[in-house]
Design a protein around this ligand. Structure first.
Ligand SMILES: C[C@@](CO)(OP(=O)(O)O)[C@H](O)COP(=O)(O)OP(=O)(O)OC[C@H]1O[C@@H](n2ccc(N)nc2=O)[C@H](O)[C@@H]1O
Ligand SMILES: Nc1ncnc2c1ncn2[C@@H]1O[C@H](COP(=O)(O)OP(=O)(O)O)[C@@H](O)[C@H]1O
Length: 314
């Protein structure tokens, strides 16, 4: 029998899980003087996850695992480290933490994996350091870190305005099933907004009331209606930068998707399926046609960043 006193002492750790997202609708207005664009968006959190573990360390440090880990910076620019630093500054904490990120969300794919890491790191460090911020305070820190971070704290379904950080929960009935076509080569969000500016020069102001029918479809749990209403103003810009995405969208549509759309700033393609089984069929069609480097299936809506286990391991 193992003598527990001889086992390595791994110390206390806090585990947090945060989801990725898809923008069911993303409407973009003209660039503001501060460089951001006003958005009217409907977010859905989906069951593609980032797992973050906080444990003791003398300094602030991050390690990363998962299929695309080599594409994630581990220096001070890492969004999880930035989140830890922002929380420490706000609460006057002068302690270290080691954050390990296991990434399930595609990197630079328009599904907000980095923002999910930031949201998860906020929850993890808040529990690890015992700073016990309120939801409102966490939301404030989150919105300083990035436009998408507050939604990954909140999860489920929400309408976003401002630069995407002002949120109102939206009613949604039932479960929606997705297939995602992922590219090895990501797209940088600022580059896609720049391309949008180039294409949209002179276009109308933001159509903030454009999602009434989509929100009604969500309330009714009407997946076919939702599929027909999926919308992304950044899609043309993403297609301009990665023209092959047209084929990915077409293959998913031919496989019977209820609707297809580029997720956020892309290049991930999101296809709404009739069922979990149908999502697997669409994913297989994308793989067989060679129009995606990897495929994922998921469902939504799911909760935002939350502690899944925290223990004192002796
Ligand atoms: C496009 C969206 C849609 O949900 O998602 P992703 O595709 O990145 O996942 C988001 O607006 C991205 O949010 P996030 O990735 O947090 O962006 P931020 O860090 O705040 O901003 C990165 C850059 O994107 C541009 N940006 C972002 C948000 C916004 N409303 N207008 C912008 O012009 C700006 O150039 C900014 O410097
Ligand atoms: N923890 C992180 N995970 C992923 N990317 C990160 C992280 N921290 C910083 N980044 C940087 O942010 C970029 C985009 O982040 P990500 O959230 O994955 O994509 P998107 O904004 O398209 O949803 C990456 O290319 C990477 O350089």
């Amino acid at each position: 029998m193992t003598d527990l006193r001889l086992a390595p002492r791994t110390g206390r750790e806090v585990r947090v899980r945060a989801p990725g997202k898809v923008n069911l609708s993303l409407r973009v207005g003209p660039r503001r003087p501060d460089g951001y664009h006003p958005l009217a968006t409907v977010f859905q959190a989906v069951s593609v996850y980032e797992d973050v573990v906080a444990s003791a360390s003398a300094d602030l440090r991050v390690t990363v695992s998962g299929p695309q880990a080599d594409r994630v910076p581990t220096d001070a620019s890492n969004l999880a480290l930035r989140a830890a630093r922002a929380l420490a500054a706000r609460t006057g904490i002068d302690e270290g933490v080691h954050l390990h990120l296991h990434k399930g969300v595609p990197v630079a794919g328009g599904m907000a994996g980095g923002s999910a890491d930031a949201a998860a790191a906020l929850i993890a460090c808040d529990a690890f350091w015992g700073t016990a911020l309120s939801r409102e305070e966490l939301h404030e820190v989150a919105s300083e870190l990035g436009s998408d971070v507050p939604f990954l704290l909140m999860g489920q379904t929400a309408v976003g305005s401002g630069r995407g950080d002002l949120l109102t929960a939206a009613l949604s009935r039932g479960e929606y099933h997705w297939a995602f076509g992922v590219r090895d080569e990501g797209l940088a969000t600022p580059a896609v907004f720049e391309e949008f500016d180039r294409l949209a020069a002179g276009r109308e102001a933001l159509d903030a009331g454009g999602d009434v029918a989509l929100l009604q479809a969500l309330r009714a749990g009407d997946a076919p209606a939702l599929g027909a209403l999926l919308h992304n103003d950044l899609q043309d810009a993403a297609l301009e930068l990665v023209p092959d995405l047209v084929e990915t969208l077409a293959v998913a549509e031919d496989a019977g998707a209820l609707g297809v759309v580029v997720s956020g700033s892309g290049p991930t393609v999101a296809a709404l399926a009739r069922s979990r089984q149908h999502a697997l069929v669409i994913a297989a069609a994308m793989t067989a046609a060679g129009v995606a480097d990897a495929v994922l299936t998921a469902s939504g809506p799911v909760p935002g960043a939350r502690v899944v286990a925290g223990s004192d391991v002796l």
